[in-house]
Design a protein around this ligand. Structure first.
Ligand SMILES: Cc1cc2nc3c(=O)[nH]c(=O)nc-3n(C[C@H](O)[C@H](O)[C@H](O)COP(=O)(O)OP(=O)(O)OC[C@H]3O[C@@H](n4cnc5c(N)ncnc54)[C@H](O)[C@@H]3O)c2cc1C
Length: 303
Protein backbone atom coordinates (compact mmCIF):
# COMPACT_ATOMS: atom_id res chain seq x y z
CA UNK A 1 0.00 0.00 0.00
CA UNK A 2 2.69 2.50 1.10
CA UNK A 3 4.75 1.44 -1.92
CA UNK A 4 2.07 2.96 -4.17
CA UNK A 5 1.61 6.03 -1.96
CA UNK A 6 5.39 6.58 -2.05
CA UNK A 7 5.36 6.20 -5.84
CA UNK A 8 2.59 8.78 -6.18
CA UNK A 9 4.32 11.19 -3.79
CA UNK A 10 7.67 10.85 -5.56
CA UNK A 11 6.00 11.33 -8.95
CA UNK A 12 4.27 14.51 -7.83
CA UNK A 13 7.20 16.00 -5.85
CA UNK A 14 8.59 18.09 -8.73
CA UNK A 15 5.16 19.72 -9.17
CA UNK A 16 4.64 20.69 -5.53
CA UNK A 17 5.15 24.47 -5.16
CA UNK A 18 8.31 25.47 -3.29
CA UNK A 19 6.38 27.30 -0.56
CA UNK A 20 4.44 24.14 0.28
CA UNK A 21 7.69 22.16 0.59
CA UNK A 22 8.97 25.01 2.79
CA UNK A 23 5.89 24.87 5.03
CA UNK A 24 6.41 21.12 5.47
CA UNK A 25 10.18 21.25 5.98
CA UNK A 26 9.87 24.21 8.37
CA UNK A 27 9.13 21.81 11.17
CA UNK A 28 12.45 20.01 10.71
CA UNK A 29 14.69 23.01 9.99
CA UNK A 30 15.67 25.68 12.51
CA UNK A 31 15.64 28.64 10.16
CA UNK A 32 17.83 30.03 7.42
CA UNK A 33 20.61 31.97 9.17
CA UNK A 34 22.96 31.57 12.14
CA UNK A 35 20.89 33.91 14.28
CA UNK A 36 17.68 31.87 13.92
CA UNK A 37 19.53 28.59 14.48
CA UNK A 38 21.33 29.84 17.60
CA UNK A 39 18.03 31.11 18.99
CA UNK A 40 16.56 27.62 18.54
CA UNK A 41 19.57 26.05 20.27
CA UNK A 42 19.18 28.43 23.20
CA UNK A 43 15.54 27.43 23.51
CA UNK A 44 16.45 23.73 23.40
CA UNK A 45 19.09 24.24 26.11
CA UNK A 46 16.46 25.97 28.25
CA UNK A 47 14.33 22.82 27.81
CA UNK A 48 17.24 20.82 29.29
CA UNK A 49 18.21 19.45 25.86
CA UNK A 50 21.69 19.46 24.34
CA UNK A 51 22.06 20.12 20.63
CA UNK A 52 24.15 19.35 17.61
CA UNK A 53 23.95 21.75 14.70
CA UNK A 54 24.30 21.07 10.99
CA UNK A 55 24.35 23.52 8.12
CA UNK A 56 22.18 22.05 5.37
CA UNK A 57 24.00 21.00 2.26
CA UNK A 58 25.92 18.16 0.68
CA UNK A 59 27.81 17.19 -2.47
CA UNK A 60 29.63 20.50 -2.82
CA UNK A 61 31.08 20.71 -6.30
CA UNK A 62 33.74 23.44 -6.15
CA UNK A 63 36.59 24.47 -3.87
CA UNK A 64 35.32 28.01 -3.19
CA UNK A 65 32.02 26.64 -1.97
CA UNK A 66 33.67 24.02 0.28
CA UNK A 67 36.05 26.67 1.72
CA UNK A 68 33.10 28.93 2.34
CA UNK A 69 31.17 26.26 4.23
CA UNK A 70 34.30 25.38 6.23
CA UNK A 71 34.61 29.02 7.29
CA UNK A 72 30.96 29.10 8.27
CA UNK A 73 31.50 26.09 10.54
CA UNK A 74 34.57 27.74 12.08
CA UNK A 75 32.55 30.87 12.77
CA UNK A 76 29.75 28.76 14.24
CA UNK A 77 32.07 27.26 16.89
CA UNK A 78 33.00 30.79 17.95
CA UNK A 79 29.31 31.79 18.13
CA UNK A 80 28.45 28.71 20.20
CA UNK A 81 31.22 29.61 22.68
CA UNK A 82 30.30 33.29 22.73
CA UNK A 83 26.68 32.41 23.52
CA UNK A 84 27.69 29.74 26.01
CA UNK A 85 25.49 27.11 24.33
CA UNK A 86 25.42 23.38 24.99
CA UNK A 87 25.87 22.48 21.35
CA UNK A 88 28.39 20.68 19.18
CA UNK A 89 28.59 20.42 15.38
CA UNK A 90 27.80 17.66 12.87
CA UNK A 91 29.21 17.90 9.35
CA UNK A 92 28.83 15.87 6.18
CA UNK A 93 32.04 14.89 4.32
CA UNK A 94 30.52 15.70 0.92
CA UNK A 95 29.54 19.17 2.18
CA UNK A 96 33.15 20.11 2.94
CA UNK A 97 34.71 18.68 -0.19
CA UNK A 98 34.91 14.87 -0.34
CA UNK A 99 33.33 14.90 -3.85
CA UNK A 100 35.99 17.38 -5.00
CA UNK A 101 39.08 15.58 -3.70
CA UNK A 102 40.33 13.72 -0.67
CA UNK A 103 42.87 16.51 -0.17
CA UNK A 104 40.14 19.20 0.01
CA UNK A 105 38.07 17.15 2.43
CA UNK A 106 41.08 16.33 4.65
CA UNK A 107 42.22 19.95 4.78
CA UNK A 108 38.75 21.32 5.62
CA UNK A 109 38.06 18.63 8.18
CA UNK A 110 41.32 19.42 9.99
CA UNK A 111 40.48 23.15 10.04
CA UNK A 112 37.02 22.55 11.54
CA UNK A 113 38.37 19.95 13.96
CA UNK A 114 41.07 22.35 15.22
CA UNK A 115 38.48 25.04 15.78
CA UNK A 116 36.36 22.56 17.77
CA UNK A 117 39.41 22.02 19.95
CA UNK A 118 40.13 25.77 20.26
CA UNK A 119 36.61 26.13 21.63
CA UNK A 120 36.75 23.07 23.85
CA UNK A 121 33.95 21.61 21.75
CA UNK A 122 33.29 18.42 19.77
CA UNK A 123 32.92 17.54 16.07
CA UNK A 124 30.80 14.71 14.69
CA UNK A 125 31.23 13.48 11.13
CA UNK A 126 27.84 12.29 9.82
CA UNK A 127 27.82 9.10 7.78
CA UNK A 128 26.60 9.47 4.21
CA UNK A 129 26.08 6.69 1.66
CA UNK A 130 28.31 3.61 1.51
CA UNK A 131 30.67 5.05 -1.12
CA UNK A 132 31.91 7.33 1.68
CA UNK A 133 32.09 4.88 4.61
CA UNK A 134 35.80 4.05 4.30
CA UNK A 135 36.80 7.66 3.56
CA UNK A 136 34.86 8.84 6.62
CA UNK A 137 36.17 6.21 9.01
CA UNK A 138 39.78 6.75 7.86
CA UNK A 139 39.46 10.53 8.20
CA UNK A 140 37.99 10.11 11.67
CA UNK A 141 40.82 7.81 12.79
CA UNK A 142 43.55 10.08 11.40
CA UNK A 143 42.09 13.10 13.15
CA UNK A 144 41.48 11.19 16.38
CA UNK A 145 45.22 10.45 16.58
CA UNK A 146 45.80 14.21 16.92
CA UNK A 147 42.81 15.33 18.99
CA UNK A 148 40.18 13.17 20.70
CA UNK A 149 37.21 15.57 20.38
CA UNK A 150 35.84 13.93 17.23
CA UNK A 151 33.35 11.16 16.51
CA UNK A 152 31.67 9.28 13.67
CA UNK A 153 28.39 7.56 12.91
CA UNK A 154 27.81 3.83 12.59
CA UNK A 155 24.79 2.62 10.60
CA UNK A 156 23.04 -0.49 11.95
CA UNK A 157 21.75 -1.50 8.49
CA UNK A 158 25.28 -2.15 7.18
CA UNK A 159 26.65 -5.69 7.54
CA UNK A 160 30.14 -4.24 7.94
CA UNK A 161 29.29 -2.22 11.08
CA UNK A 162 30.11 -5.02 13.56
CA UNK A 163 33.62 -5.20 12.12
CA UNK A 164 33.91 -1.41 12.02
CA UNK A 165 33.13 -1.26 15.76
CA UNK A 166 35.61 -4.09 16.38
CA UNK A 167 38.23 -1.87 14.77
CA UNK A 168 37.44 1.12 17.00
CA UNK A 169 39.29 1.85 20.25
CA UNK A 170 37.90 2.07 23.73
CA UNK A 171 37.08 5.71 24.56
CA UNK A 172 36.07 6.63 21.00
CA UNK A 173 32.71 8.28 20.32
CA UNK A 174 30.07 7.09 17.86
CA UNK A 175 26.49 7.95 17.00
CA UNK A 176 24.54 4.77 16.30
CA UNK A 177 21.64 5.11 13.84
CA UNK A 178 19.73 2.73 11.57
CA UNK A 179 20.94 4.42 8.36
CA UNK A 180 18.98 6.61 5.95
CA UNK A 181 20.33 5.82 2.47
CA UNK A 182 18.96 3.34 0.00
CA UNK A 183 21.80 0.80 0.00
CA UNK A 184 22.10 -2.42 -1.98
CA UNK A 185 20.94 -5.61 -0.25
CA UNK A 186 24.39 -7.14 -0.77
CA UNK A 187 25.79 -4.73 1.84
CA UNK A 188 22.77 -3.68 3.88
CA UNK A 189 20.08 -5.41 5.92
CA UNK A 190 16.64 -4.64 4.51
CA UNK A 191 14.35 -6.28 7.04
CA UNK A 192 13.33 -3.66 9.70
CA UNK A 193 13.25 -6.23 12.53
CA UNK A 194 16.72 -7.48 11.64
CA UNK A 195 18.02 -3.89 11.50
CA UNK A 196 16.65 -3.38 15.03
CA UNK A 197 18.24 -6.64 16.25
CA UNK A 198 21.55 -5.50 14.79
CA UNK A 199 21.12 -2.06 16.38
CA UNK A 200 20.78 -3.64 19.82
CA UNK A 201 23.69 -5.97 19.23
CA UNK A 202 25.97 -3.11 18.01
CA UNK A 203 24.93 -0.95 20.96
CA UNK A 204 25.76 -3.76 23.39
CA UNK A 205 29.08 -4.39 21.61
CA UNK A 206 30.03 -0.68 21.72
CA UNK A 207 29.09 -0.03 25.33
CA UNK A 208 30.92 -3.17 26.47
CA UNK A 209 33.94 -1.89 24.59
CA UNK A 210 33.73 1.40 26.49
CA UNK A 211 32.84 3.39 23.37
CA UNK A 212 30.60 6.42 23.97
CA UNK A 213 27.33 6.05 22.03
CA UNK A 214 24.90 8.70 20.82
CA UNK A 215 21.79 6.50 20.63
CA UNK A 216 20.03 8.08 17.64
CA UNK A 217 16.58 6.70 16.96
CA UNK A 218 12.90 7.70 17.18
CA UNK A 219 11.71 4.10 17.20
CA UNK A 220 9.83 3.94 20.49
CA UNK A 221 9.77 0.13 20.68
CA UNK A 222 13.50 0.02 20.02
CA UNK A 223 14.09 2.68 22.70
CA UNK A 224 12.18 0.50 25.21
CA UNK A 225 14.47 -2.44 24.39
CA UNK A 226 17.51 -0.15 24.67
CA UNK A 227 16.38 0.97 28.13
CA UNK A 228 16.13 -2.71 29.19
CA UNK A 229 19.60 -3.41 27.79
CA UNK A 230 21.05 -0.44 29.68
CA UNK A 231 19.36 -1.47 32.91
CA UNK A 232 20.25 -5.17 32.66
CA UNK A 233 23.91 -4.36 32.09
CA UNK A 234 23.99 -1.38 34.44
CA UNK A 235 25.75 0.68 31.76
CA UNK A 236 27.14 3.95 33.07
CA UNK A 237 25.02 7.03 32.15
CA UNK A 238 28.21 8.88 31.21
CA UNK A 239 28.81 6.41 28.39
CA UNK A 240 25.81 7.30 26.24
CA UNK A 241 23.18 9.88 25.36
CA UNK A 242 19.99 9.77 23.32
CA UNK A 243 19.73 11.75 20.09
CA UNK A 244 16.71 12.82 18.02
CA UNK A 245 16.13 14.93 14.93
CA UNK A 246 14.62 18.38 15.40
CA UNK A 247 10.90 18.38 14.58
CA UNK A 248 10.22 14.65 14.92
CA UNK A 249 7.42 14.35 17.51
CA UNK A 250 9.14 12.72 20.48
CA UNK A 251 7.77 14.78 23.38
CA UNK A 252 6.68 11.90 25.64
CA UNK A 253 9.82 9.85 25.05
CA UNK A 254 12.11 12.83 25.61
CA UNK A 255 10.31 13.69 28.84
CA UNK A 256 10.61 10.10 29.99
CA UNK A 257 14.35 9.97 29.18
CA UNK A 258 14.99 13.24 30.98
CA UNK A 259 13.02 12.04 34.01
CA UNK A 260 15.30 8.99 34.03
CA UNK A 261 18.24 11.48 34.11
CA UNK A 262 19.49 10.49 30.67
CA UNK A 263 21.01 13.11 28.43
CA UNK A 264 19.10 13.94 25.22
CA UNK A 265 20.64 15.77 22.26
CA UNK A 266 18.64 17.25 19.38
CA UNK A 267 20.13 17.32 15.87
CA UNK A 268 19.30 20.72 14.42
CA UNK A 269 19.72 21.37 10.68
CA UNK A 270 19.44 24.90 9.33
CA UNK A 271 20.41 26.97 6.32
CA UNK A 272 19.27 28.26 2.96
CA UNK A 273 19.75 24.90 1.26
CA UNK A 274 16.48 23.60 2.71
CA UNK A 275 14.75 23.00 -0.64
CA UNK A 276 17.47 20.85 -2.22
CA UNK A 277 17.94 19.05 1.10
CA UNK A 278 14.22 18.26 1.54
CA UNK A 279 13.83 17.08 -2.05
CA UNK A 280 16.92 14.89 -1.95
CA UNK A 281 15.87 13.27 1.35
CA UNK A 282 12.37 12.56 0.02
CA UNK A 283 13.73 11.13 -3.20
CA UNK A 284 16.38 9.01 -1.47
CA UNK A 285 14.12 7.60 1.18
CA UNK A 286 10.42 7.59 0.25
CA UNK A 287 9.59 6.35 3.77
CA UNK A 288 10.18 9.90 4.96
CA UNK A 289 7.09 11.06 3.06
CA UNK A 290 5.07 8.61 5.15
CA UNK A 291 6.55 10.06 8.38
CA UNK A 292 6.07 13.62 7.22
CA UNK A 293 2.38 13.06 6.50
CA UNK A 294 1.92 11.47 9.94
CA UNK A 295 3.88 14.20 11.76
CA UNK A 296 2.12 17.04 9.95
CA UNK A 297 -0.85 16.61 12.27
CA UNK A 298 1.17 16.48 15.51
CA UNK A 299 2.04 19.62 17.48
CA UNK A 300 5.69 20.65 17.29
CA UNK A 301 7.18 20.18 20.77
CA UNK A 302 10.03 22.59 20.07
CA UNK A 303 8.11 25.64 18.87
C1 LIG B 1 20.30 12.47 15.66
C2 LIG B 1 20.24 11.66 14.40
C3 LIG B 1 21.32 11.71 13.52
C4 LIG B 1 21.33 10.93 12.37
N1 LIG B 1 22.45 10.89 11.57
C5 LIG B 1 22.48 10.05 10.52
C6 LIG B 1 23.67 9.86 9.77
O1 LIG B 1 24.71 10.48 10.01
N2 LIG B 1 23.63 8.98 8.73
C7 LIG B 1 22.51 8.26 8.43
O2 LIG B 1 22.55 7.45 7.51
N3 LIG B 1 21.37 8.44 9.12
C8 LIG B 1 21.33 9.29 10.16
N4 LIG B 1 20.17 9.42 10.88
C9 LIG B 1 18.91 8.84 10.35
C10 LIG B 1 18.72 7.42 10.83
O3 LIG B 1 19.68 6.60 10.20
C11 LIG B 1 17.34 6.89 10.47
O4 LIG B 1 17.17 6.82 9.11
C12 LIG B 1 16.18 7.71 10.97
O5 LIG B 1 16.44 8.21 12.26
C13 LIG B 1 14.92 6.82 11.01
O6 LIG B 1 15.13 5.71 11.79
P1 LIG B 1 14.59 5.58 13.29
O7 LIG B 1 15.67 4.90 14.08
O8 LIG B 1 14.17 6.87 13.83
O9 LIG B 1 13.44 4.51 13.20
P2 LIG B 1 12.20 4.41 12.21
O10 LIG B 1 11.53 3.13 12.60
O11 LIG B 1 12.59 4.58 10.79
O12 LIG B 1 11.31 5.62 12.61
C14 LIG B 1 10.55 5.64 13.81
C15 LIG B 1 9.58 6.82 13.74
O13 LIG B 1 10.31 8.04 13.82
C16 LIG B 1 9.75 9.03 12.96
N5 LIG B 1 10.79 9.45 12.00
C17 LIG B 1 11.95 8.81 11.76
N6 LIG B 1 12.71 9.51 10.87
C18 LIG B 1 12.01 10.61 10.54
C19 LIG B 1 12.27 11.71 9.68
N7 LIG B 1 13.40 11.84 8.98
N8 LIG B 1 11.31 12.66 9.58
C20 LIG B 1 10.18 12.57 10.28
N9 LIG B 1 9.89 11.56 11.13
C21 LIG B 1 10.79 10.59 11.26
C22 LIG B 1 8.54 8.40 12.31
O14 LIG B 1 7.43 8.76 13.08
C23 LIG B 1 8.81 6.92 12.44
O15 LIG B 1 7.64 6.16 12.48
C24 LIG B 1 20.17 10.15 12.05
C25 LIG B 1 19.10 10.10 12.94
C26 LIG B 1 19.12 10.83 14.10
C27 LIG B 1 17.97 10.72 15.05
Amino acid sequence: MFYFINKIILGTLPFIPKNIIKAISNRYIAGIDDEEALKTIKKLNEMNLSATIDILGEHTKNVDESDNITNRYIKLYKEISKNNLDCNISIKPSHIGSDISLETFTKNLALIHNEADNNNNFLRIDMENSTLTDITINAFKNNYKKLKNIGIVIQAYLYRSEQDINNLESGMNIRLCKGIYNENETIAIKNPKKINDNYLSLLDQSLKKNIFVGIATHDINLIEKILCLIEENNFNKKQFEFQVLYGVPMKKTIQKLIALKYKVRVYVPYGDNWYEYSMRRLNENPNISKYVIKNFFTKNFYK
